[in-house]
Design a protein around this ligand. Structure first.
Ligand code: ZN
Length: 156
């Protein structure tokens, strides 16, 4: 009886893995080495009910794989990002202290949102164009906001 139950479970498991694999093959048009070792079973459980466009996913992945997105610390994270839309999956590099200082000087210590003057230690770096809309971690796309304004922006 115990053996029989074990067989039953193994068959179910096989069926489940096949469902996961066929889902991955359906939504991702191209195989890339970064797909190896990802938690596909978990992605399947979380996202397989969503109706993805394979063309749209492929376009997003092609774009994010480009070298100019060097602030993405983990290219592997691109897959979970296109499924979930959660930027944390990309482990985007934060602005360096030297970059924060340069932007602070450029703004002459003024917060562009509220127009008040702050010390650099009272300010936080912010992506002007968010990552999800194609903004990079560059000086041009960096602004220093006071903590209150940054919190208000994040809350929107
Ligand atoms: Zn402010």
């Amino acid at each position: 009886m115990a053996l029989h139950q074990h067989d039953h479970t193994a068959a179910e498991l096989k069926e489940y893995y096949q469902a996961v694999i066929s889902w991955v093959e359906t939504i991702f048009m191209k195989y890339r080495k970064e797909m190896k070792g990802l938690k596909w079973g978990i992605f399947y459980n979380k996202y397989h009910h969503i109706d993805f466009s394979p063309q749209k996913l492929e376009a997003q992945i092609t774009e994010l794989m480009k070298d100019e997105y060097d602030e993405i610390s983990s290219k592997k994270g691109i897959y979970e990002y296109v499924l979930s839309g959660d930027e944390r999956c990309l482990s985007i590099r934060a602005f360096k202290d030297s970059e924060k200082r340069a932007v602070y000087e450029r703004q002459k210590g003024i917060c562009p949102k509220c127009g008040k003057h702050f010390e650099i230690s009272e300010m936080e770096a912010d992506h002007i164009t968010p990552y999800s809309k194609g903004g990079h971690t560059t000086l041009e796309n960096c602004q220093m906001l006071c903590r209150d304004c940054n919190r208000r922006k994040s809350a929107v």
